[in-house]
Design a protein. Structure first.
Length: 365
């Protein structure tokens, strides 16, 4: 695997100070990444919708120092110093040091906030690491004399974001993003996410995702632990093969607009992900009773109303309801009348497919 392209050319313009602000999205996987090898290489290819409303906004203030051994940074989350996120970010900085040597030449103050409620059970690692990665790429561009292409910036940002959290590699580009080498997806790679390279049927371009907040507590088992349990999992080999086959099927569905097959595949992926958790050793369950109440209600509603809604789950109890835009009003009514009661404080978030990372501010001295 060729990672040489991510080692930068010698730098010339060392700025004294700079700060950059990026807004980057969360994403929801349709084909799930669950199982990895070192360092953050996925055992199967995955694909996600980039979200629009659920995002992180991060500013990094860079101040030139005399050169340090390990990255020197402070972290503020929603205005407050956040010590418990620091170890994962410190590990990330160590992993990317050879690709981003400038992180040792600047003291960094990271200020981050999420658009979604704090501890809503929505993973913020994807949008969190992609935002930091885009800020670093903005600094890299300023330090280089040559102009980096947008394509290279996005590719390298995704490459380094992956080293923070696998799913973060899918939180740079908009629309549909594939991460993981797949024979039928041109340009796909284990190293970074790429936009789904084929023409997407119009129905999937503005798909809606309503996230029902069933459980806002911190998960009992982290994704990292869950991924590791796939190492000696009795069904691992079949699962990784199945995910790749499912991506071949989904690729065709996304192009031909076959919503019924989309529903079947996406729900099966979600339940298989949780099936892997149930059959890990030690085994664990992240769904809650209300997750199942909601799933059953969705199935009944779909049958009775000839609707095209479906659900997916990430590694938690919250339910993502996916549906075509033209069903939005009816689905909202259904959620309000029948599903909100199963959410904590009746909370849910309406979202849709989004456009990817957006630069907000750039100041340099
Ligand atoms: C179930 O990307 O959070 O959401 O690489 O250890 O940070 P790490 O894991 P993470 O795993 C995401 C798992 C998932 C499925 C997916 O997003 O594909």
């Amino acid at each position: 695997m060729n990672t040489l392209e991510f080692i930068p050319k010698p730098f010339s313009n060392l700025l004294e100070k700079a700060n950059f602000t990026w807004q980057t999205p969360s994403n929801i996987a349709l084909i799930k990444y669950w199982g990895k090898s070192n360092l953050q290489l996925p055992k199967n290819a995955s694909i996600s919708f980039t979200l629009n409303n659920c995002h992180t906004i991060t500013t990094i203030y860079f101040t030139k120092n005399r050169g340090v051994e390990g990255a020197n940074f402070n972290l503020f989350f929603e205005g407050k110093k956040k010590e418990d996120f620091k170890p994962k970010i410190a590990q990330f900085f160590t992993r990317i040091q050879q690709y981003c040597p400038y992180i040792l030449w600047y003291d960094m103050e990271i200020h981050s906030k999420n658009s979604f409620p704090h501890s809503s059970g929505i993973a913020s690692s994807a949008s969190g690491f992609s935002a930091i990665s885009m800020c670093l790429m903005s600094l890299e561009q300023e330090l280089q004399t040559i102009k980096l292409s947008k394509e290279y910036i996005n590719k390298k940002a995704s490459f380094i974001a992956r080293l923070g959290s696998g799913s973060a590699s899918r939180s740079i580009e908009g629309g549909l993003v594939v991460w993981g080498n797949h024979l039928e997806i041109e340009g796909s790679s284990d190293l970074f996410g790429v936009q789904f390279p084929y023409k997407v049927h119009s129905i999937f371009k503005d798909y809606q995702d309503t996230i029902l907040l069933v459980d806002k507590e911190e998960k009992q088992v982290s994704s990292t632990v869950g991924h590791n349990l796939m190492m000696n999992h009795p069904f691992a080999i079949q699962r990784f093969a199945q995910a790749n086959e499912n991506l071949s099927k989904l690729s065709k569905i996304l192009q031909n607009g076959d919503v019924k097959s989309f529903i079947n595949l996406v729900e099966s992926e979600a339940l298989t992900l949780h099936g892997m958790m149930l059959t890990s050793n030690p085994y664990f369950i992240l769904m809650k009773p209300n997750t199942l109440e909601i799933i059953n209600k969705i199935w009944r509603y779909r049958q009775e109303n000839n609707s095209n809604i479906c659900f997916t789950l990430d590694a938690g109890a919250n339910v993502h309801i996916l549906h075509p835009k033209k069903e939005k009003e009816k689905v909202n009514q259904f959620i309000n009348n029948d599903l909100a009661q199963f959410c904590q404080k009746k909370q849910y978030i309406c979202d849709s497919v989004g456009f990817g990372a957006k630069k907000v501010v750039s100041i340099k001295e």
